[in-house]
Design a protein around this ligand. Structure first.
Ligand SMILES: Nc1nc2c(ncn2[C@@H]2O[C@H](COP(=O)(O)OP(=O)(O)OP(=O)(O)O)[C@@H](O)[C@H]2O)c(=O)[nH]1
Ligand SMILES: [Mg+2]
Ligand SMILES: [Zn+2]
Length: 292
C-alpha cells in the first residue's frame, strides 16, 4: 500500500487513469468520497492509495477551471477549432465557446481549419471579426505538406484542450503536429468500412516536456448551463466589456436601452453585426432556459 498524487488523464469503463509522472495507475473512486457527490473528471489532480496495482482516489485537489461538455478541469488554454467550409462554420457556436473561455479566464486561440477550401476573401472576413477584438487567429490546413509550426508553438508549456464542432479536423490537426501520438481522426477505416470514426473518449497526452494536450469530441450544440448570472454574458463579450463604460446606463444590457454605445458601434460597423446578433441569441436562449 502506498500514497501517490497524480493527474487523471483518462476515464474509461468506470476507471480513472492517474498519471503520477512515472506510470499510469487505473483507479477507483472510494465510496465515502463518492458520497460527497463530486465526480472526478479528466484533468483533476488527485491523491490515491495504491493496493495491488489498483488505485483508490481519496482526495481531489481544488480545481482552477471546470468545464462542462466535455467535463474537464485545470486546463489553462483552449483552442477553438472550426472549419469555414465542410462543415460550414457555425459562428453562434463559436461565440458560445468564446463566452465559456472568457468566463473561465483561459487563454484562447481561434483556429480556422481546412483553409485549403476557402479563398482569400473569406479568410479576411472571418479573420477580421475575431482579430479586431483581440483574439489570436491562426489558419491551418492539414493538406499542406509541412506541419504548422506557428500553431504548434502555441501549445508549448500549456495544458491545452482543442474544442470545436465534429468533423472540423481537431484530431487530424493534432495528429499532424504531434505525429508520435495516436489521435484518432475521422478517416473511413479500410478494415471495417464502418464509416467515419469520431473521437469518443478523452485523454490528456503529454506531447513534449511540460506540454499536455487534450483532444475532445465535437458537439453540434452547446448549452448555457455554465452561465450563473445573465450579466456574465455581456461581461464576457470582450468588445462589449471594453466599450460599455460609454453607455448611458452603467448596467446597460445593450438591447433596448437608449444611448447605448454598443448599439452605436454596431451601427458604425466597429462592432461586428454577427457578434452582436449572436449576443442577442445567447441572451434569448439564456432567458428561455431560465423560465423552466
Ligand atoms: N480539406 C481538408 N480536410 C481536412 C483537414 N483537416 C481534416 N480534414 C478532414 O476532415 C475530416 C474530419 O476530421 P477529424 O480530424 O476526424 O475531425 P474532428 O474535429 O476530430 O471530429 P470529431 O472527432 O468527430 O469531433 C476528415 O475526413 C479529415 O481528413 C484540412 O485541413 N483540409
Ligand atoms: Mg476527433
Ligand atoms: Zn449599452
Amino acid at each position: 500500500m502506498s500514497d501517490k498524487t497524480g493527474v487523471i488523464v483518462k476515464i474509461q469503463r468506470e476507471l480513472f487513469y492517474v498519471n503520477d509522472g512515472k506510470t499510469v495507475i487505473p483507479s477507483k473512486a472510494r465510496g465515502n468520497f463518492r458520497n460527497k457527490k463530486i465526480t472526478p473528471v479528466v484533468g483533476d489532480k488527485v491523491d490515491i492509495i495504491v493496493e495491488n496495482d489498483l488505485g483508490y482516489i481519496v482526495n481531489i485537489h481544488p480545481r482552477s477551471v471546470l468545464l462542462h461538455r466535455p467535463e474537464i478541469s485545470n486546463i489553462d488554454k483552449c483552442f477553438v477549432l472550426s472549419s469555414i467550409k465542410s462543415p460550414n462554420i457555425n459562428l453562434l457556436l463559436l461565440d458560445k465557446y468564446l463566452l465559456m473561455i472568457e468566463k473561465n479566464g483561459m487563454d484562447c486561440v481561434i483556429v480556422f481549419n481546412k483553409s485549403d477550401l476557402i479563398d482569400e476573401k473569406e479568410r479576411e472576413f472571418y479573420k477580421n471579426i475575431y482579430s479586431n477584438i483581440g483574439y489570436k487567429v491562426i489558419f491551418n490546413s492539414n493538406v499542406d505538406k509541412n506541419s504548422n509550426e506557428i500553431l504548434k508553438n502555441e501549445f508549448t508549456n500549456h495544458i491545452s484542450c482543442v474544442i470545436g464542432p465534429s468533423g472540423a479536423g481537431k484530431s487530424s490537426t493534432l495528429k499532424k503536429i504531434f505525429p508520435n501520438e495516436n489521435f484518432v481522426s475521422g478517416e473511413i477505416s479500410n478494415k471495417t468500412k464502418r464509416g467515419k470514426q469520431t473521437t469518443r473518449h478523452i485523454e490528456i497526452k503529454m506531447v513534449a516536456e511540460n506540454t499536455y494536450v487534450l483532444d475532445t469530441p465535437g458537439f453540434s450544440s452547446f448549452d448555457l448551463k455554465f452561465i450563473e448570472d445573465k450579466s456574465e454574458i455581456k461581461d464576457n463579450f470582450v468588445e462589449f466589456r471594453k466599450n460599455s463604460n460609454k453607455c448611458k446606463f452603467n448596467n446597460c444590457n445593450h438591447i433596448n436601452e437608449p444611448n447605448c454605445e454598443i448599439k452605436r458601434l454596431v451601427q458604425e460597423k466597429v462592432i461586428s453585426e454577427s457578434r452582436y446578433n449572436n449576443y442577442l441569441k445567447i441572451i434569448e436562449e439564456y432567458e428561455s432556459i431560465r423560465r423552466y
